[in-house]
Design a protein around this ligand. Sequence first.
Ligand SMILES: Cc1ncc(C[n+]2csc(CCOP(=O)(O)OP(=O)(O)O)c2C)c(N)n1
Length: 309
Amino acid sequence: MSEDRELYRRLFRTALLIRLVEERIIELYPSDRIQSPVHLSIGQEAVAVGACDALRPDDLVFATYRSHGFYIAKGGRLDRMFAELYGRVGGVSKGKAGSMHLSAPEVGLMGSSAVVASTIPHAIGAALSFKRHGNSRIAVAVFGDGATEEGVYHESLNFASLMKVPVLFLCEDNGLAVHSHRPVRQSYSLVKHAAAYGIASRRLDEGWDMLAVRRATLEAAARARAGEPFVLEIATARYKEHVGIGDDFHFGYRLESDIDAWKKRDPLIADKALVEELTPAIEREIEQAVAFAENSPSPSRAELLTDII
Ligand SMILES: Cc1ncc(C[n+]2csc(CCOP(=O)(O)OP(=O)(O)O)c2C)c(N)n1
């Protein structure tokens, strides 16, 4: 197998794993065994997969509440993720964090947060520490386009630019903040805006293309590693509703035809032969993780006040 083909298969397998995990979540959700709101990333997998593959294992990622994709792409254990969603002690945070606050520090996913933009300054702090220690690691702040309307995003750009910290700002631009489209919320272009802070940037429109995302991230990460903060904005599409497992086209705030246009280019839909080949083994992996969650006990009352701030 050629190197290119092998790389494509590796990325494709991880992306398909993320999609099938979230489709399993959709099946399980009505049973109420998942004790947490869920923000699905179906449609956006290529960003997490392409970006994480371009990072070194010791680079740190700080994510958002839509973080199943980044958790899996960074190498987090699937059984502990399902147990976390179930609110069980086998979960990554003993069931206290749920879907919105996944973390897997052992593989460099440092945290996720329901508070929009709140993990961006955490990434800056990590990057500052890398700089102080003189090592070549980078920190990646992942956020949606809506997060760029928070003051802390702007403060973070300013601080990163002044201090020249090794940070990659990675924007998943799905064009929506809950039900509001980007043009009614922003009058600026992210890349022009970065330039105003003296920060290099790039926008990638082909957010369905895992290899293109990987290439763009490799370049951006190299700049960040050299102490040049970088903004990488990647266009993508959220197929499902903002929070929950449904399709919400009946609300009329977005068009199904726009999403269909993304689906036509989505390799997880277009490459049927590879989906068919890889699905059975992935489904077995998912079932083992679900079984782990089902068999993990609920936390006892004595756990109520442990490990919390
Ligand atoms: C500080 C803060 N303000 C408002 C909210 C309510 N809220 C939850 S998600 C969201 C939209 C965020 O959109 P975006 O950053 O683009 O991420 P996406 O959901 O599209 O992935 C808002 C406003 C919040 N959780 N935190």
